[in-house]
Ligand binder design. Structure first.
Ligand SMILES: [Zn+2]
Length: 459
């Protein structure tokens, strides 16, 4: 990666930094944009009409104004030169729709690439939109559901917050639930709020003991209602709020960085609600160990269980990628039961660059001659599948059963390149004894991690 400072010093007014590309994906409700140098966007939500404003300091547009009508709950988007130094991107809601600022996630996919994930726009009850009526107008009773308003999503189990701690060495804030966590963030003055949805505080949770050397001067916990918990974090002076990441579905980690620089407050006296921006020069890879808990997956020769084999391989892949500076999120990091849907939701929520699901295969016990590696993808995972599959074959002694497409849920429902690796046959006479050994699992993990790194390097 070229040196950031060097690039900035080389910029003259005639060759100012540019917005290279932008695109609003209406299916994903997501704005993606790319600049030619490292920048730090600022964002705020402004009302009447509701619009999200994202400012790109230091970026010059080569066109005066660009418009993209979107339709539905989002009216459209425009990009303009706000002042000589700032390009402004505005996403405007249709009349009557609002956005929950806590659920807007802005993050860097790389130094020069950003994504702005919007939540599903909500109808604002204060200004109901005109719902077209049928020829015979039927009065809508207040107790019956109003057509056109989204139904509540299927209930996932509520997560009880078991502990909130500060790790002594790293100074990271660790929030642990007993079920998958979903969250939003919000900045109020210098206080950072983490809003946990569908969560409740366990009775005995008190939060960390703070000392004068803690990275946090005050930490408050609040049960807002039966299913919302807010954690309010006041960083100590010289501490910067860093990334907030799920390290597995149930564990949320906030990085707190000691910094000599003062904390910048974007927006100044602006009337909007500032949205925290998560900078990221890194990739986020989701490692999905198949099965777990009461679901053992395949059971092979000698009683080897798929869930154990794939957890061991997955943990090693995760550690290897982390050593290379890749942000890794695991869908499970122990023998727990995670449905397919939260695995996909997790990948979407952390805005994963890649999703890699690790499994082991089985056929029939009376067919021990079926052995070998298989790698699956659905749509965009083709290149990743080829790269990882080839790297495994080059480094691990295993048969080749090819790369194929498959309509597996975790491949079909994820929006990023995703693959599913069947690391051999637990019912195979060649593969089963190997999959039972630590040595083979380590070799497999090394090869998978290498394949992922090669793909990210060339991607
Ligand atoms: Zn499996």
């Amino acid at each position: 990666m070229p040196g950031f400072m060097g690039m900035m010093l080389g910029v003259t007014p005639a060759m100012a930094a540019r917005l290279e590309s932008w695109r609003f994906d209406r299916n994903l409700n997501r704005l993606e944009f790319k600049t030619d140098v490292n920048i730090r966007p600022r964002a705020q939500l402004i009302q009447n009409p509701t619009r999200l404003v994202v400012d790109l300091p230091g970026i010059k547009l080569n066109k005066p104004l660009m418009n993209q009508p979107i339709g539905g709950a989002i009216k459209g988007m425009r990009v303009s030169q706000f002042d000589p130094q700032t390009t402004r991107m505005v996403i405007e809601m249709a009349l009557g729709y609002n956005l929950d600022p806590k659920l807007i996630q802005i993050r860097g996919v790389s130094n020069v690439q950003w994504s702005v994930q919007l939540p599903k726009p909500q109808l604002n009850p204060a200004t109901p939109p005109i719902i077209p009526t049928e020829k015979e107008p039927t009065p809508i009773s207040l107790s019956s559901p109003v057509p056109g308003i989204s139904k509540p999503s299927p209930a996932s189990p509520q997560s009880t917050i078991q502990s909130i701690e500060i790790e002594p060495n790293s100074g990271r804030l660790i929030i642990r639930g007993d079920q998958a966590l979903t969250y939003g963030t919000h900045l109020q003055g210098s206080e950072y709020h983490i809003i946990l949805n569908n969560a409740r505080l366990a009775d005995n949770v008190t939060g960390p003991q703070l000392t004068p050397s803690s990275p946090v001067t005050r930490l408050r916990l609040r049960q807002d209602d039966s299913q919302t918990v807010t954690i309010m974090v006041e960083p100590s002076s010289g501490t910067r709020i860093g990334d907030l990441m799920l390290i597995d579905a149930k564990t949320l980690v906030l990085t707190l960085r000691r910094s000599l620089l003062p904390i910048g407050q974007p927006g100044g006296s602006s009337p909007g609600i500032p949205i925290p921006v998560t900078p990221h020069a890194k990739f986020v890879v989701v490692i999905d160990a198949g099965h777990g808990g009461p679901d053992p997956g395949a059971i092979g020769i000698g009683g080897v269980r798929e869930k154990d084999v794939v957890l061991s391989i997955s943990q090693q892949v995760a550690a290897l990628l982390q050593q290379q500076g890749i942000e890794v999120v695991m869908t499970r990091n122990d023998d727990s039961d995670v449905d397919l849907e939260p695995r996909v939701q997790l990948a979407e929520q952390v805005n994963a660059t890649l999703f890699v699901s690790i499994h082991a295969n089985a056929f029939r016990m009376d067919q021990p001659d079926i052995n070998g590696l298989e790698t699956f993808y659905y749509s965009t995972g083709d290149g990743l599948a080829q790269m990882v599959h080839r790297t495994i074959l080059q480094n691990v002694k295993i048969g080749d059963r090819g790369v194929r497409t498959a309509r597996f849920y975790v491949l079909r429902e994820t929006s990023m390149p995703s693959i599913l690796i069947e690391t051999g046959y637990l019912t195979g006479q060649n593969d089963a004894p190997l999959l039972a050994t630590d040595n083979f699992r380590t070799q497999m993990a090394n090869a998978i991690a290498r394949g992922i790194l090669l793909y990210l390097g060339s991607g």
